[in-house]
Each structure stands twice: as C-alpha cells, then as structure tokens.
Ligand binder design. Sequence first.
Ligand code: C2O
Ligand code: CU
Length: 425
Amino acid sequence: GGMNGHEHGTVHGATSTGLQPSLSCEAIIAKAGEEPVHEIQLTAAQQVTKLDNGQIEEVWAFNSLTPGPEIRVTEGERVRVVLKNTDIQEGVTVHWHGIVLPCSQDGVAGVTQEAVKPGEQFTYEFIADHPGTYWYHSHQASSVQVEKGLLGKLIIEPLTNRFEYDQEETVLIQELNGTMLMNGSTQGVDIQASPGQTLRLRMINAANETEMIRVNGATFRIIAMDGHDLHEPEMLEHHQFQVAAGQRYDLLLQMPRQGKVIVESESGLKAALGSGNDPEPRSDYTLFSWTDYGTPDPLAPVENLTFDQSHTLELGQNLFVKSINGKSFHEIPPIVVKEGQRVKLTIINEGGGDHPFHLHGHIFQVLSRNGQPLSGSPVFLDTLATQEGETYEVYVKADNPGLWMMHCHNLMHASMGMSMMFNYE
Ligand code: C2O
Ligand code: CU
C-alpha cells in the first residue's frame, strides 16, 4: 500500500499495459567498499518561514531550511543520507537529480521505494562517482513538494580539477509557493570576490520554468552542463544563456580589476559578484548556443554509432493532458532495454511550452538538434532543454539496470502526464 506517488511514481501504469517489470529495484544496492563515508541527516518538516521581503510562507523544509542544507562531498566518497519525516502526511523521498546510482537509492515514491511517512526513516547510500553540480529533491508528489521547498544543492568536488579557480559559489533558483528565490532570497545574493580572481559559479535551476541568465561585467566560459565538463569551452562576452528546469550550468568568471559582475536572471534575481561600481546596463546580449560551443573531443566520437533500439518521443499535449506520443503517464508503455544496449531517443517538442526532458540514473549524449549533428564539444546531460518545434537525438547507453523515470522537469507537466518509464528486462 501507500503507493500514492501519483504523477511520479507508480508502477500501476506499467502494470495496466501488461508490461509489469520482472525486475525490482530493492535488490540493487551499492557494493560494499572501503571508501570514506560521508554521512548526513535530512529531516523533512512543515514550518512557517519569513522571507527576506517580509512575506510569510508555509513551507516544507529539510533541516528547517529551503533550499535544504548544501551537501558537499568529494568524488569517490560513499554518501549516506538518513532521511526522516517529521510531519508530512503524504510521505517524502529524496531523489538525487543527475546522479547515476543504484536504482533502489533513486528515491522515486511508488517505483524504487515507498514514501517515508511521518515518524519513519530511510537511509540512502551511493558512491559519488562523478564530480559535478547536482541537486536533490523530494520525488513524492514532486510538483507539490518541490514548490513547497523540499530541495537542496548537491556538489561533488573533483579529486583533481580540470579547470583552475580561486573560489567557487553555488546559486540555486527555486520557485517557493510562487515566489522566485535565489539561495532563499527574493532579491538575490552578494558574493565577495577580489579583483583578478577566477571564480567558479555553479548555477542550478530548481524552478519549473526556463531561466534566461545574463552575465554583465566579465568575460566567462561555460565549463560544464549538468555536471559534465565541456571540451575546450571558449570565452564568452555579453552572452545570455538559458538554463532549463532541472539543469545546471557551471561558469568560470574572471573578476574585473575594478567593479562588479552582475549575473541576472530574467525573473529578476541577481548575483552581484565583487564590489565597486555596477557595470553599465546593456541590452545587446548574444544567445549562447550549446550545440556548437567548444571543440569536438577526439576521445568521444559518435559518428559511427549503431543502435540496438530507437524510439521517438513526441512531447506535446492533448486538451489539458501533457502527453508523450499522445498518451499520458498511465497509458505510455515503458521502453524496455537490456543491459549493454545502445538506445537512441528522438525527442520532439510538439508544443505546450518548454519541455526539459529528464532521464533518471543515466547520462545521455546529445547527437543532434533539428537534424544537425553537434559540432562543438560533446554534451552529456541528464536534462535536455527542448523548445517548441525542436527535435533532438540523444544516445543512452543502457548501463544501469533498474526501473527509471523519464519525464518533463516542468514538474507541473510531469504531473499532467508527461512521464514514462525506462525499464530493464
Ligand atoms: Cu529531478 Cu524525476 O526528477
Ligand atoms: Cu513539459
């Protein structure tokens, strides 16, 4: 009982199509090992919070905070998180967005575990294999629980850095009960930085809508998307870029000799880096294009790939139902793969807004956009930004057995049906 993961997370959809998975996630756990253990406790509870503009909000928070505590671990560590639920009646889980981990630890209520009820607890354990910028959020009725505040930052620091920098900061954008916040503030954040320093800025979009981000006052490079380094990213100036819901962008900024850098979102949130004079306001930003940024990596060629399976997913809507191939979650047959298969997904945004397409437990490589192969750096993502009319092809290596969700990360859309399963036989 208790499988009320409604939009996310119920295996009922799969059952009703006669394709009940033969595999269960419970048995799939992290192997025992000698890694150093990084242990954290997350306690979910209801509370009343006053925002920095005086607004009073009823929120659901981890450890009395929203965003919850930043989890920062080192590559290779064993992460152990004890989740407790104080008083959230419908139960909570934690999903580790972007992390490739054993299926049983994926935190999807109704699929990989039962939601954790008040007074109960659940312990997650996984190895932080891949350094990068990630986040975590509840995956029980997630369209409600994420907006109420059950989310936080998750950073895996690399053992050795591919890029050098003096300092790093992380900003997370969320929509709390309708109010846009950056690191919990309605205004934004001030970040201390000295002239000449190189700063790594990790940006996480935990809201439901795409955010256009503008950087003014410094040249910068985009060094990673969804936690995966880009190959030879070139310097950008007066650029704006779109971070879709669920995505992360890492920037490397050179602080100017004098004055500030302003990193501003279209929704009005601002990260002010450094001190001194504000840069001159501008309007002439070039839109960053990630499909031809950086240079191809000779070690990651895709030209000659062959696939064991190919699927087309049309993201759109029927009346008010957000759909995949014209169907909503409970009717969509899962994609069923075998371990080791190479799978090509063609993802078409047929309308109804931006649809950031998210796959759990895997990293996929983007092959093409609107029929054009990517010409810059290889791009590895867990969340693909798609806009109306666009078509993308992506390559998924089926290398992590389990039952995995795929859904739009506009969590409202996911709850309206734009979700399906990617299952192993
Ligand atoms: Cu970030 Cu299924 O979610
Ligand atoms: Cu969508």
